[in-house]
Write a protein of this length. Structure first.
Length: 93
């Protein structure tokens, strides 16, 4: 029996290609926000104030609780850090 190969873990765990793409995008946004927090050396409380959310929300973000964040929320949080999102659309393989 040969094992099926997937392009990403999200493709492997999601039945729907659209949901897999949504998770990939949310993961990238979360990684960018957490990287900013780490790079700036700010506390979760400081990050919460900057991003306009509660400290437990930052904790959820840093612990990778992807199911708790929408794309809209993550884009807004990223914008609050002074960064912007650039989208690249490509044909599926």
């Amino acid at each position: 029996m040969s094992a099926k190969r997937f392009a990403s873990v999200w493709d492997a765990i999601e039945d729907s290609p659209s949901e897999a793409e949504n998770l990939k995008l949310r993961a990238k946004l979360m990684i960018a926000i957490v990287a900013y927090i780490e790079r700036e050396g700010i506390s979760q409380a400081q990050a919460a104030k900057l991003l306009g959310v509660s400290q437990p929300r930052i904790s959820d973000l840093t612990r990778g609780k992807i199911d708790l964040f929408s794309i809209d929320t993550l884009v807004n949080m990223l914008a609050a850090t002074g960064q912007r999102v650039r989208v690249n659309i490509a044909k599926s393989i």
